[in-house]
Design a protein around this ligand. Structure first.
Ligand code: CP
Ligand code: NVA
Length: 328
C-alpha cells in the first residue's frame, strides 16, 4: 500500500509511477468530493506556510483554497528574513517548529532542498527555475479527464522554450508515466544533455520515449500540445533573444492542424501572452510584429483549449499532495 506521509515533493524524480498515479487518483476523489459540496476536515489542525520569492496567482490560491477546504490554517509569507538576514537552514529550522508543511516558490532548486533537509516537515516545490512538479500533476489530471486511454498511450508534445522549468518538469513526469514525449524547440533551447539522458533511462524503464527536435513536423498525431511563456520569471532581460529564437515555434491553428488529430487538446500552465494588445505586453513584441506570443488567441479560445480546467486542477492536485504527505 502506498503511504506518502512525511514525504516532500521537490521534484517528481523522487516519486515512483505508482505514487504519481496514487496522487492523481486522490486528486480525482477530492475533486468529486468538492463538486458534491462536501466540506472536509482531512487537514484539520494543520498549519501551513507559503513562502514566495516570485509572483503567483494559481499556485498561491490553489494552496490556500485547498488548505481551507480541508480545515488547515495558512500563512502567506513574502517578506521573510530568509536569504537576507537569516540563512535558509535557520529559516527552515524555525518554520519546522511552527508549521506542519512548507510550500516554496522561488529561484533556486537548492532552496527547496535545504528547506526539506532542515525543517523536518514536508516541503512542496511551488516552482523553481528548474522544476514545477505540482503543475505537472494538474496537467496529467486534465489529460486523464479528456482521454479514455491511459497516460502511457498519450503522445505529449511540448513546443517552445525547451530549457525552462516546465519543459524539465514535464519531461520528468512524462518519463515516469511512460508517455511518448516530444520537445520541439530551437536547438539553442534544447534541454540539458544531463537531464535528457537521465530521463531517457526513466522513460525506458516505464515503456515511454523522449524525442528532442527542432522540427515542427514532430507534432503529427499528438494528443496534447503544450506550450509555456517564452520568457520565464527572472529572465526578463532575454526578451529580444527569445522572440528571435521562438517566433517560428508559436502554437497557432496551422500547428494544431499539423497534428492531424481532431481530438488533440491544448494545454498551457498559464499565465499566457496570447494577446499582447490586451495583456500586459512588452512594447518590444510590437517591434517584431507580434501581437500574440507563444500561442495565438484563436487557439487559446478554441475548443481544443483546456487551459482553465487545467488551472482549476491545480487546486485539486495540490490538495491531494497536502493530504497525502501530511496525513497519509
Ligand atoms: N501555473 C502557475 O504556476 O501559475 P502561477 O504563476 O499563477 O502560480
Ligand atoms: N516558465 C514559467 C512558468 C510559470 C508558471 C515561469 O517560470 O515563469
Amino acid at each position: 500500500p502506498i503511504n506518502l506521509r512525511g514525504r516532500s515533493l521537490l521534484t517528481l524524480k523522487d516519486f515512483t509511477p505508482e505514487e504519481i498515479k496514487y496522487l492523481l487518483e486522490l486528486s480525482k476523489d477530492l475533486k468529486a468530493k468538492k463538486r458534491m459540496g462536501i466540506k472536509g476536515d482531512l487537514l484539520k489542525g494543520k498549519n501551513i506556510v507559503l513562502l514566495f520569492e516570485k509572483t503567483s496567482t494559481r499556485t498561491r490560491c490553489a494552496f490556500e483554497v485547498a488548505a481551507f477546504d480541508e480545515g488547515a490554517n495558512v500563512t502567506f509569507l513574502t517578506n521573510s528574513q530568509m536569504g537576507k538576514k537569516e540563512s535558509i537552514e535557520d529559516t527552515a529550522r524555525v518554520l519546522g517548529r511552527f508549521y506542519d508543511g512548507i510550500e516554496f516558490r522561488g529561484f533556486k532548486q537548492e532552496t527547496v532542498e535545504i528547506l526539506a533537509k532542515y525543517s523536518g516537515v514536508p516541503v512542496w516545490n511551488g516552482l523553481t527555475d528548474e522544476d514545477h512538479p505540482t503543475q505537472v500533476l494538474a496537467d496529467f489530471l486534465t489529460i486523464m479527464e479528456n482521454f479514455e486511454k491511459p497516460l502511457n498511450k498519450i503522445k505529449f508534445v511540448y513546443v517552445g522554450d525547451g530549457r525552462n522549468n516546465m519543459a524539465n518538469a514535464l519531461m520528468i513526469g512524462a518519463s515516469k508515466m511512460g508517455m511518448d514525449f516530444v520537445i520541439i524547440s530551437p536547438k539553442e533551447l534544447f534541454p540539458s544533455k544531463e537531464l535528457i539522458s537521465e530521463m531517457e533511462t526513466t522513460a525506458n524503464e516505464n515503456g515511454g520515449k523522449i524525442t528532442i527536435t527542432d522540427k515542427l513536423d514532430a507534432v503529427a498525431n499528438a494528443d496534447v500540445i503544450y506550450t509555456d511563456v517564452w520568457i520565464s520569471m527572472g529572465e526578463e532581460s532575454k526578451v529580444e533573444e527569445r522572440i528571435k529564437l521562438l517566433k517560428p515555434y508559436q502554437v497557432n491553428m496551422d500547428l494544431i492542424k499539423k497534428t492531424n488529430n481532431p481530438e488533440v487538446i491544448f494545454l498551457h500552465c498559464l499565465p499566457s501572452f496570447h494577446d499582447t494588445k490586451t495583456d500586459m505586453g512588452y512594447d518590444i513584441y510590437q517591434k517584431y510584429g507580434l501581437t500574440e506570443m507563444e500561442v495565438t488567441d484563436e487557439v487559446f479560445q478554441s475548443k481544443y483549449s483546456k487551459v482553465f480546467d487545467e488551472a482549476e486542477n491545480r487546486m485539486h492536485t495540490i490538495k491531494a499532495v497536502m493530504v497525502a504527505t501530511l496525513v497519509g
